[in-house]
Design a protein around this ligand. Structure first.
Ligand SMILES: O=C(O)C1=C[C@@H](OP(=O)(O)O)[C@@H](O)[C@H](O)C1
Ligand SMILES: C=C(OP(=O)(O)O)C(=O)O
Length: 446
């Protein structure tokens, strides 16, 4: 067990003295980077990731794959662009697949993508792969992956709770075949099984049975990225709720992939435009994407802003007014903390629904948002599957973050409008956006 470092330090969240007007270059997507690493590690030839996200979650993924034998070489070109452009400038990771080996111990930190995507990879290794992580990772659901892998032929030792820590006894290959899982607590169960499935002897047929499946765009991201490396993925039940996915066994191609900016990490910066009545441009916003953060164009427009998307990026402009919203966030759950922060500053109440599973994210996000906004004078109540937010005049105080990167950025958004907000452990943003405090300060100084 490893514990993420405790930083009791308080960061005075900058208060905006006027409308922000800034261009903010946002680093690569966590979800795309970690899928690309897994797919490149399982492919039959070397590949490239350009502009990968370098953060705690993606470095844990890279380290884990390296520990199993995969070559991952990090290169930074001496070219002037620090962004890692498609021309080869900037940061790029070369991934060289190799036989997967145990015994090895993997630290998943508190990364859902690492703890869920890697056990199926470990089943293909030729020895035991032990998984451990932060204390919170013991509480996050993993049973869907563990139970499914057993059905598909893997041997796994856990403590009987279906969670970390646990050991996958890799046998060098996995039978695969049909399996039914309840992925209502995390879409990552489905993504995990699909990502490694081309390497299973019979591929896989995953059927979700159970309550509503969250985060469908993330499953579409998995399917698209599998197809892009040559995998055959069939969705026999398309339309409405598509709950069955079939992946055939096949070799995977090595790719040269430029990672899109992380649109969920763009959220606090767009929120800054909305909250201050200013303007923020995020370069390289993709014209087409499976990232859930793309939904912010509609959601933040409904909350009072407007946006323009061109091939150069997205410019989001606030109107000086913020409206409440009644929205089902089941597809885009990871946007909830940032939307709740804006909703707490709006001119009318909001209801955010469809996100009961957030109680098992980095922290219980529904409880954490309720407590922290209310301690600043807000009026938030938890519902069965979300939050009801009645805006109230807020005052300064400590905003606790519970080792949750999105709590830290949500508190910073409130701090723009409310003087005297102090963020506890802003360093927890390192999970997906290590440079957040500097980016935030630069945006305000621009
Ligand atoms: O597959 C992914 O990359 C993710 C899927 C979602 O997980 P859940 O379905 O568990 O919410 C999302 O919240 C998480 O941040 C990233
Ligand atoms: C839920 C999140 O992360 P994870 O990949 O750890 O599930 C998130 O980033 O909001």
């Amino acid at each position: 067990m490893t514990e993420s470092s405790v930083h009791p330090a308080l960061w005075p969240a900058p208060h905006a003295s006027g409308a922000v007007d800034a261009t903010v270059t946002v680093p690569g997507s966590k979800s795309v980077t970690n899928r690309a690493l897994v797919l490149a590690a399982l492919s039959s030839e070397p590949g490239w990731l350009r502009r990968p996200l370098r953060s705690r979650d993606t470095l844990l993924m890279a380290d884990a794959l390296r520990a199993m034998g995969v070559g991952i070489e990090e290169t930074v070109s001496s070219s002037s662009s620090a962004a890692g452009g498609p021309d080869g400038s900037g940061e790029a990771w070369r991934v060289i697949p190799a036989g997967l080996h145990g015994p090895v111990t993997i630290d998943v930190g508190n990364a859902g993508t690492v703890m869920r995507f890697l056990p199926p990879v470990a089943a293909l290794a030729d020895g035991p792969v032990h998984f451990d992580g932060d204390l919170r990772s013991y509480e996050r659901p993993l049973n869907g992956v563990i139970d499914a892998l057993r059905v598909l032929g893997a041997r796994i030792d856990d403590d009987g709770r279906g969670s970390l820590p646990m050991t996958v006894h890799g046998g060098g290959a996995l039978d695969g075949g049909p399996v039914a899982i309840d992925a209502s607590s995390s879409s990552q169960f489905v993504s995990a099984l699909l990502l490694s499935a081309p390497r299973f002897n019979q591929g896989v047929e995953v059927r979700h049975t159970g309550a509503r499946l969250p985060s469908m765009p993330h499953i579409r991201m998995t399917v698209d990225m599998l197809r892009a490396v040559g995998a055959q993925v069939d969705e026999p039940e398309t339309g409405g709720e598509a709950n069955v996915w079939r992946v055939s066994p096949s070799a995977l191609l090595g790719r040269d992939l430029t990672i899109e900016p992380d649109l969920s990490n763009a959220q606090p910066f767009l929120a800054a435009a909305l909250v201050t009545g200013g303007r923020v441009t995020v370069p390289d916003w993709p014209l087409r994407t499976t990232q859930p953060g793309d939904a912010l164009r509609d959601i933040f427009t409904a909350m009072g802003g407007s946006c323009e998307l061109t091939e150069h990026g997205l410019t989001f402009t606030g109107s000086g007014r913020i409206h409440g919203i009644d929205v089902d966030l089941g597809e885009v759950g990871e946007l909830t903390p940032g939307i709740a922060a804006v909703a707490a500053l709006a001119d009318s109440p909001s209801t955010l629904s469809g996100v009961a599973h957030l109680r098992l994210h980095e922290t219980d996000r529904l409880a954490a948002l309720t407590k922290e906004i209310n301690e600043l004078g807000g009026e938030v109540t938890e519902t069965a599957d979300g939050l009801h937010i009645r805006p109230r005049p807020l005052h300064g105080g400590t905003f606790h973050t519970y080792d949750d990167h999105r709590m830290a950025t949500a508190g910073s958004v409130i701090g723009l409008a409310v003087p005297g907000v102090e963020i506890e452990n802003v360093a927890t943003t390192a999970k997906t956006l290590p440079d957040f405090p500097q980016m935030w300060t630069r945006m305000l100084g621009a």
